[in-house]
Design a protein around this ligand. Structure first.
Ligand SMILES: *[C@@H]1O[C@H](CO)[C@@H](O)[C@H](O)[C@H]1NC(C)=O
Ligand SMILES: *[C@@H]1O[C@H](CO)[C@@H](O)[C@H](O)[C@H]1NC(C)=O
Ligand SMILES: *[C@@H]1O[C@H](CO)[C@@H](O)[C@H](O)[C@H]1NC(C)=O
Ligand SMILES: [Ca+2]
Ligand SMILES: [Ca+2]
Ligand SMILES: [Ca+2]
Length: 640
């Protein structure tokens, strides 16, 4: 709709035609029981009198034209296929009436609304309709619309082509008929028994079914009449078997996450230190080095994408005590169940970036995660945050197909910007907005991944500016605190302004803390940014009764201050929660800022603004159209 003259009925035809082709939503032959009535006598009283006599509840004088009135019933307009001839004829016969037009109904669509029945994803895979995490229509008492919005990404043509995801786990049954065609044998390896075949060790108790189930969530083939459909059903999946040996070693971990980083794009890990609520552990030296190498050198320098399950320790554990999940180099993913509540095993912490789906709480056997299983079988019961990480890996594969240039940081920015609160609810922690208005939650991070939103943004994405690191300040003196008297420390920082490493727009923030206490599990640490965003760095872990070790230069991480300006005063609150009195000594707090000097989304924001401008123009045009319709009615009537 570029330009049009402002008068006459010819205009109206052009406009209507344009509207039909633009929205495809105009329904023909819809009549309303609303009438445009032109009267000889133009007073309101005369009109009201007439309307009542003809059985209309309401009448309204129109602000345009001469002697024009709107006659209508009280109830919501009803669409009907046939004109209300009787009404019309009776009105026409009335000598007080100059002319009568019944209003025709036409389509206008609410923007940004997607009807679940409109989704055009026809799959013949028997478990597809049970995969509520892909398309949630309310299966298994779930909440419709609470899903990964993969259908939109698929409709846009993104299915994971050209992307390889490695499942670092207990092996993959690559002979499974729903996995075989998407299996990438060259990129696979078995570090548990040092051979190229990461085939799972079959046991009576299905103990090693984990990796096979995770693989199906990402890459199970579509439309082959077997099991379900992977989130990125045309991606390739590699198996890295590394969990099935008596002990984990630094070498096995490091080898796994640095396996073929130029071939493997995304590594999915659903493991970590024991989730017993008393462990504080993270990657050792080699693994740390391998991760750093991965993000710096993997994928031709764009960086390997590491997706991590945030942990299954429930409210007794805190994922900031898990150095894999809380690493800046991993994207840590929590899970929600199909009605938006937490699965009870979910761990909360300030380093979680976003969430996907798993099961829990619900007895309904179909509320689990449907995927591939051992013995060439399928299952409806995959569970845990284990099930959540591969879903995220699948969504990231879709984003990488949409834009292979995305760096590991771009992927995190996209996650922050496009994840949605949707219908998630956390009974404990409120949803809040940080200093730049991004909505987050302590349990779910920035919300549930939105594949459609992500691929659309990915497609247009410009790589974020260079990253800088600034030590904002450090408190090194020892400070005592007790259950009665918590400790408040502050660091006021210019965020290295004036130096090469000035950080103006935050990505990750780390608080490196050394503390020891009479009971580590009762320790509670909060940190508030200059913009007023409070991150819970450590919450109570009732099972952790450590009295000796405490935390030794432990990097607590928060993603909640993403995008904020870090300059100003940061506040650390250190205290105890629990039943018996405790004491502790705070020995170090070093504040590390990571982010960019220039605004990361400046191009994106400009583009957003432009598209909003275009939208508002479109709206203007539509309003003009409505006016033109009204005007032409006048014209028609004045000819009568
Ligand atoms: C495959 O799954 C079906 C349905 O859950 C089950 O009845 C059957 O025993 C399974 N087959 C094997 C070999 O475990
Ligand atoms: C802290 O650590 C020291 C040794 O470094 C130890 O003597 C002390 O008992 C620990 N506990 C507390 C509460 O300070
Ligand atoms: C940390 O924040 C939480 C939630 O606002 C609060 O309940 C707790 O008392 C705070 N802890 C300290 C040590 O200030
Ligand atoms: Ca093997
Ligand atoms: Ca299938
Ligand atoms: Ca944990």
């Amino acid at each position: 709709m570029r330009e049009f003259s402002r008068d006459g009925a010819t205009v109206i035809l052009i406009l209507l035609h344009t509207v039909v082709t633009a929205t495809g939503a105009v329904e023909e032959g819809i009549f309303t029981n609303h009438f445009l009535v032109q009267l000889h006598e133009q007073t309101d009283d005369a009109a009201r009198q007439l309307a009542t006599e003809h059985g209309f509840d309401s009448v309204r004088k129109l602000p345009f034209g001469e002697g024009l009135f709107h006659f209508y019933p009280k109830d919501i307009p009803q669409a009907r296929r046939r004109r209300s001839l009787q009404h019309k004829q009776r009105l026409e016969k009335d000598h007080r009436v100059k002319s009568v037009f019944e209003q025709e109904g036409f389509g206008r669509r609410k923007r940004g609304y997607r009807d679940i029945n409109d989704i055009d994803a026809k799959m013949n895979d028997p478990l597809f309709t049970k995969q509520w995490y892909l398309i949630n229509t309310g299966q298994a008492d779930g909440t419709p619309g609470l899903d990964l919005n993969v259908a939109e990404a698929w409709e846009l043509g993104y299915t994971g082509k050209g992307v390889t995801i490695a499942i670092m786990d207990d092996g993959i049954d690559y002979l499974h008929p729903d996995l075989a065609s998407n299996y990438n044998a060259e990129a696979s390896y078995d570090f548990s028994s040092n051979d190229p075949y990461p085939y799972p060790r079959y046991t009576d108790d299905w103990f090693n079914s984990h990796g096979t189930r995770c693989a199906g969530e990402v890459s199970a083939a579509a439309n082959n009449n077997i099991c379900g459909v992977g989130v990125a059903y045309n991606s390739k999946v590699a198996g890295i078997r590394m969990l099935d040996q008596p002990f984990m070693t630094d070498i096995i971990e490091a080898s796994s996450i640095s396996h073929m980083p130029q071939v493997i794009d995304i590594y999915s890990a659903s493991w970590g230190p024991t989730d017993d609520g008393k462990t504080v552990d993270g990657p050792r030296e080699l693994t740390l080095q391998a991760m750093a190498d991965g993000v710096n050198k993997g994928r031709g320098g764009k960086g390997s994408i590491y997706v991590w399950a945030s942990g299954d320790g429930g409210s007794y554990d805190d994922c900031n005590c898990d150095g894999y999940a809380s690493s800046m180099w991993t994207i840590s993913i929590n899970s929600a169940i199909n009605d938006g509540r937490t699965a009870l095993y979910d761990e909360s912490c300030s380093s979680t970036l976003a969430s996907t789906f798993s099961n829990g709480r619900k007895r309904n056997p179909e509320a689990g995660v449907a995927t591939t299983d051992l013995y060439g079988n399928c299952t409806l019961r995959h569970s845990g945050t284990s099930a959540a990480a591969p879903e995220a890996a699948g969504v990231f594969a879709l984003a990488l197909e949409a834009n292979p240039d995305l760096t590991w940081r771009d992927m995190q920015h996209l996650t922050v910007l496009t994840s949605k609160r949707n219908q998630l609810h956390d009974e404990v922690h409120q949803w809040r907005r940080n200093g730049v208005g991004l909505e987050f939650n302590h349990l779910f991070g920035y919300g549930v991944l939105d594949a459609g939103g992500m691929v659309k943004m990915a497609k247009e994405w410009k790589t974020v500016p260079e990253r800088f690191h600034c030590v904002a300040g450090s408190v090194q003196e020892s400070h005592k605190f007790t259950s009665d008297k918590s400790l408040v420390l502050t660091i006021t920082t210019d965020a290295c302004q004036g130096k090469d490493n000035f950080v103006r727009y935050l990505e990750h923030v780390q608080a490196v803390i050394t503390v020891n206490t009479s009971r580590r599990g009762d320790l509670n640490i909060n940190m508030t940014s200059p913009a007023g965003t409070k991150s819970i760095l450590l919450s109570r872990r009732p099972r952790d009764d450590d009295t000796k070790v405490g935390f030794d230069k432990w990097p607590f991480m928060t993603t909640h201050t993403w995008g904020e300006d870090p300059r100003g005063t940061w506040v650390l609150e250190v205290g105890f929660k629990g039943d018996s009195p405790q004491r502790g000594i705070m020995k170090e707090w070093t504040l590390m800022l990571h982010g960019t000097q220039s605004a990361p989304y400046i191009d994106q924001i400009v583009r957003d603004y432009q598209s909003k401008l275009a939208m508002s123009k479109k709206q203007e045009l539509e309003e003009e159209l409505d006016e033109a319709v009204e005007r032409s009615l006048e014209t028609l009537m004045s000819k009568n």
